[in-house]
Design a protein around this ligand. Structure first.
Ligand code: ZN
Length: 417
């Protein structure tokens, strides 16, 4: 689905549920039309496409879409008879994934998909939107359906492949063996689009210094690699690395048509560890390599959590990073599983959290992860007072306690640092 130009203004404004002043302002924006170059496209209906506000309004307009589709179906139905003659209950609600005005509905049963499609169209009608037939399709991820296998969504291609007996993986709580694997990879169009972009940057730097080229290419390549670093991209990364390198060789050759190949490569490529072909200046500015991007699987976000819910304990524990936290705090928090070792309570959002040296710096404690812990502000004060009390005397009760922590954490921390 991509058509968003005929949205019902009144329905959208009602959903915003905002105060009259802002309502009038947004109404004016919706009516304002779009400037594209010199020409003005008045929008009688719809939101300004491509504007900053348009994805936000799309999100507001389509809020609740997922639940509306999911809850229209029973939670469970009776499945086939198991080996003991008992019928298994199997989940029956379709999975709906939506991003702005693009969505996917997943279900093993074709009948459910068709019904979900009908309901989706009905729901969207209420917002004055329609499913575009050219952009809506039904497909199967393993077998061919209507001449296609798998689907593309947000630049990813989702497809399943049959595997042999020895490659079968277990899945779910039932530990059933699946005779297929699911691969999520960068979609062909996305790869093509990206390479075109890279080629365009290189072409526009034909006579620019190498430094400028690297500075302009790095954000393009790094951003793309980050986006795809959570899925099966290794092979695509390798391919793109090769293509980019070829393109850069031509770029270098063009600048020095009479120099030998050895001389040109020595000028623009500097080996970086095991990577012999690293496009870099003499001053050490390097081009980001696709195949150097580590691939790490995405950890699914729990239920309806949002990074804006402010629950940084959850977010930092989940991914070890949050905009409101420093990297050290996030790593420590994750290692402590969100708990304060002094009082044993979980950190809450509103708590103030401080980094503490388990063996104080004045007593020769080092500034390394094995010697760090997160404490509540007030617990930190208590501990500091305690530390001062036993700075001179022989090991006290507390010191044996800290040694315990050290042992407990050091093993896990070493692999992180
Ligand atoms: Zn505490």
């Amino acid at each position: 689905m991509g058509s968003f130009d005929r949205i019902n203004h009144e329905a959208l404004l009602d959903k915003l549920g905002t105060y009259p002043q802002l309502r009038r302002l947004i109404k004016a924006w919706l009516k304002a039309g779009v400037m594209e170059g010199e020409t003005l496209f008045p929008t009688e209906e719809g939101t300004p496409q491509g504007g900053v506000i348009s994805p936000l309004l799309a999100n507001i307009a389509l809020h609740g879409f997922e639940t509306a589709i999911t809850t229209a179906f029973p939670k469970e139905v009776e499945g086939k008879r198991g080996p003991e003659g008992k019928r298994n209950r199997i989940g029956w609600q379709p999975r709906v994934i939506r991003y702005a005005d693009d969505f996917v509905i997943l279900h093993p049963d074709l009948g459910v998909i068709l019904e979900a499609k009908r309901r989706a169209a009905e729901w969207l009608m209420g917002m004055g939107l329609a499913l575009k037939d050219s952009k809506t399709r039904i497909t199967h991820t393993l077998n061919e359906h209507e001449g296609r296998v798998g689907f593309d969504f947000l630049g990813f291609n989702v497809r399943q492949f049959p595997v042999g007996e020895f490659q079968r993986r277990t899945c779910g709580r039932g530990r059933t063996l699946l005779d297929f694997i699911t691969l999520i990879r960068p979609s062909k169009e996305a790869v093509k689009r990206h390479y075109q972009k890279v080629a365009q940057v290189i072409n526009s730097h034909k006579s620019a210094p190498q430094e400028g080229l690297i500075k302009d290419l790095n954000p393009v390549i790094k951003g793309w690699c980050n986006y795809y670093s959570t899925v099966v991209s290794k092979r695509v990364f390798g391919r793109l690395e090769h293509l980019t390198c070829q393109k850069l060789l031509r770029w270098a050759k063009r600048r020095h048509p009479n120099a030998s190949r050895w001389k040109t490569t020595a000028k623009y490529w500097n080996p970086d560890g095991r990577y012999k072909w690293s496009f870099a200046t003499r001053h050490g500015l390097r081009l980001w390599r696709y195949d150097k991007t580590p691939i790490r699987r995405h950890v699914k976000v729990k239920g309806t959590r949002s990074p804006y819910d402010g629950d940084w304990v959850y977010w930092a524990t989940r991914m070890g990073r949050h905009p409101m936290m420093t990297g050290r705090k996030a790593i420590l928090l994750r290692n402590q599983k969100g708990k304060c070792p002094w009082c044993g309570l979980f950190f809450k959002q509103e708590d103030d959290v401080e980094i503490d040296h388990i063996i104080p710096r004045v007593q020769g404690g080092k500034d390394v992860y094995a010697n760090l812990q997160l404490l509540h502000g007030h617990c930190h004060k208590q501990k500091s007072a305690h530390d001062k009390g036993c700075a001179v005397e022989e090991p006290c009760e507390f010191e044996s306690l800290t040694h315990g922590f050290e042992d407990e954490y050091s093993g896990r921390l070493e692999c992180l640092v």
